[in-house]
Design a binder for this molecule. Structure first.
Ligand code: FES
Length: 148
């Protein structure tokens, strides 16, 4: 009889030991996941610079149209450097043109108009043209684009 009692007791001891270990492990994992949720890992944005030409290619009071991987852009000289605008209209995606006389971008599809900063100022476009920074290194210009 004593042997049976010892076996039951040992079985209970081992069973409760495994349960305690399992419960503790589970709670620890939950707590770890909870704290990871509270402090998300910040991914640094990475940028790539694509050579788009030389500074001398951009007229003093004009723009230069370029195409990179099926993206049509205008490069424009600003007071403090250069900037690139997507030529894709933010209304329905037609290609905007540069109106040099009035120094603005005009969409031929529904007569949307953007100012020299790419801001939508007339017509149906709901937001400014997409803008990309241009970095100058020596005589060369690079388009700065974020990569995933
Ligand atoms: S697509 Fe440009 S104004 Fe409509």
């Amino acid at each position: 009889m004593k042997v049976i009692h010892d076996n039951i007791s040992r079985r209970r001891f081992l069973s409760s030991g495994f349960m305690t270990f399992g419960l503790g492990f589970g709670m620890g994992t939950l707590l770890l996941r909870f704290f990871q949720f509270l402090t998300p890992v910040r991914k640094e944005r990475r940028f790539e610079e694509i050579l788009i030409g030389t500074v001398s290619e951009i007229p003093e009071d004009g723009v230069k149209a370029i195409e990179i991987a099926d993206n049509k852009l205008f490069i424009l000289r600003e007071e403090d450097g250069f900037v690139a605008f997507s030529r894709r209209c933010t209304d329905l995606g037609c290609l905007v043109n540069w109106d040099g006389a009035k120094r603005r971008f005009v969409c031929p599809c529904h007569k949307g108009i953007y100012d020299i900063k790419g801001k939508n100022i007339a017509g149906p476009p709901p937001r400014p043209l997409e803008r990309f920074p241009v970095v100058v290194k020596g005589k060369n210009m690079y388009l700065r684009v974020s990569v995933a």
